[in-house]
Write a protein that binds this ligand. Sequence first.
Ligand code: PMP
Length: 285
Amino acid sequence: YDDRDGKIWMDGQLIDWRSANVHVLTHAMHYASSVFEGERAYGGKIFLSRQHSERLRYSADCLDFEIPYTVDELEAAKAAVLEANGFSDAYVRAVAWRGAGEDMGVASKRNPVRVAIAAWEWGNYYGDAKMKGAKLDIASWKRPSPDTAPSHAKAAGLYMICTMSKHAAEAKGCSDAMMFDYRGYVAEATGANIFFVKDGEVHTPKPDCFLNGLTRQTVIGMLEEKQVKVHERHIMPEELEGFEQCWLTGTAAEVTPVGQIGDYNFEVGALTRDISESYEKKVRA
Ligand code: PMP
């Protein structure tokens, strides 16, 4: 991803893609003092753009640093990136981190906060699995307790266990992994929230130790509009066997049907297809 033409916004200006580099003594690289956003533009307009910028600032606050740009400034920067690269449908990645500077220990208050925004064209996150139903492994890593890590922040440090889980899943021929939380309840996939269907009603884990995704919230709103009952609750592993349908939600994943989790199978049913199609319409509305 580093060697290509284009523009990236970095610390207040658009620069050449290949020049958007940092020093090896960047605090974030050693201590994970980094937060980010994943957003999608449809027809040149980022879906829930302000909410993403607000969440970026909130995540930084959780990690004890402040982004030196307002939401309005971040909005203008994102628009500039899309325009400079001529993108209409694109994935937008905003990232903010503690840079290199006076401090090289764990504390980093004297190091500057850096911000960058890049965008690229990114199709289906799960490739062919998108409409056939993705195959998920069950991760051996657990989502941590909210008093162990800032689990509601979109913080880079939390993705270490996601990357390890996804690598293990791919080694088994799966496209992602479903993770349990520290108590053993069903939590989410490595970059997406999870929903289940049983007897026409929807069940989804309560987001009390992982990201309450914007797509998740959007989909819950859509289900309520369709008068489908949604239960946000703790889901036990034994319940997986009884669910009929399953899908994932995320900005990158959009609404992706799941066909299999470990030994459990799910059908890509009518409600799953309906929600996936309705979401596609909504993001472009
Ligand atoms: N959980 C994790 C771990 C994620 O990385 C994402 C993607 N940001 C989500 C859930 C879904 O969040 P959103 O719908 O806001 O993209």
